[in-house]
Structure formats: C-alpha cells, structure tokens
Design a protein around this ligand. Structure first.
Ligand code: NAD
Length: 165
C-alpha cells in the first residue's frame, strides 16, 4: 500500500461489470467530496486523489457509510506529473486493470488576487504560477496519466470526440 493510502479492505477487489473504477482528484472536500460520495453510494470503486491528508479519514467515512463500494485515498499533488502518474497506475492495478471515470476536479482559486502577475508592482517579480500548475497542468497530466493506455478502440473513440469539439 502506498504512503498516505487508506482503504476499506476491498481496494484490491476486481471491478465488476456493474462497478466502475473511479478517480476523483480533489475528492477530500467540497465538490470533489460530493462526487466521491455519489460514486461510493452507487457502489463503485472510488479513489480519492488529494494533496490534503484529511482525505484518509474521508475515505474511511465513505467506505463505512457505503459498504458495497470500495474507497481509497491516495495522497497526490496533481501539479506533479510523478505523483499523478504513480497514483493512476496504483488505482488501475488495484481496480483490476480498469479505469472508467476520471473527475479532474482538484483546483485552487485565489479570488481577489492577481494570481499570475501583479501589474501594480514597482519592480516586476517572478510570476506566481502555482495556480496554473494545479488548475491547468494538473488537468493535462490527468488526461495523460492513465496507465497503461486504454484499449485502442476506446482511445480512438475518445480522440474522435475531442476532434469534433
Ligand atoms: N466552488 C465554486 O464556486 C467553484 C467555481 C468554479 C470552479 N470551481 C472549481 O471546482 C473545483 C472544486 O472546487 P471546490 O469549491 O470544491 O474547492 P475545495 O477547495 O473545497 O476543494 C478542492 C480540493 O482540491 C484539493 N487540492 C487543491 N490543490 C490540490 C493539488 N495540488 N493536488 C491535489 N488536490 C488538490 C484540495 O485539497 C481540496 O480537497 C476546483 O477546481 C475549483 O477551482 C469551484
């Protein structure tokens, strides 16, 4: 079991046809927690990826509330490619070689602050890129991180969807 990971004991159970293998990034609170709760209530295998270690208790609580599901927490900073690729690989393997749903939800907002550059400074300072790394890079990594790649047919279907946008 990876560092920071917790599960209700069913984390290794193969995902059945009716059960989805689900990843929710930023699932320790807010909208992500609501998403994780929904999928757990439906009996799916849910992996919460979050930088906040409170996700461990959240996973335990959801697993206790919805025993037909499995819920695991993986400590993961989505702005880190290495973190995210490793977490996706672990989830894929623990869910019996499946990954059906990925909710790329983790993000930060800094309302009222000029997050990237401050044009009012006398002397220009280095742009603050952390929110870009989380909100943009984190989602791009999410798109590429599933390991190994899904079957070619699924990939072609997904690519044709993207191309039609
Ligand atoms: N709540 C809103 O009104 C609103 C509006 C527009 C967009 N959003 C976006 O929706 C998403 C969820 O919003 P929310 O209100 O539930 O926010 P929230 O702060 O309650 O939850 C965000 C979760 O993401 C996690 N997180 C933050 N940085 C992370 C990182 N680097 N790696 C992994 N996890 C990380 C946090 O620990 C937290 O659990 C965010 O991306 C937010 O920007 C929210």
């Amino acid at each position: 079991m990876a560092v920071g990971e917790t599960t209700n004991g069913h984390g290794n159970s193969p995902t059945t046809a009716a059960q989805k293998s689900v990843i929710v990034t930023g699932g320790a609170s807010g909208i992500g927690l609501a998403m994780a709760s929904y999928f757990a209530a439906e009996g799916h295998n849910v992996a919460i990826l979050d930088v906040n270690s409170s996700g461990a208790q959240v996973a335990r609580d959801l697993a206790a509330a919805y025993p037909r599901s499995s819920v695991a927490f993986h400590q993961c900073d989505v702005s880190s490619w290495d973190d995210q690729a490793a977490a996706f690989k672990t989830v894929y393997e623990r869910h019996g070689g499946r990954l059906d749903v990925v909710m790329a939800n983790a993000g930060v907002s800094e309302q009222g602050v000029t997050t990237v550059v401050n044009l009012l400074e006398d002397e220009p300072s280095e742009p603050r890129l952390k929110s870009v790394q989380i909100n943009l890079f984190g989602v791009v990594y999410c798109e590429r991180a599933p390991y190994p790649l899904p079957p070619r047919e699924a990939l072609e279907e997904r690519t044709s969807c993207h191309n039609s946008m």
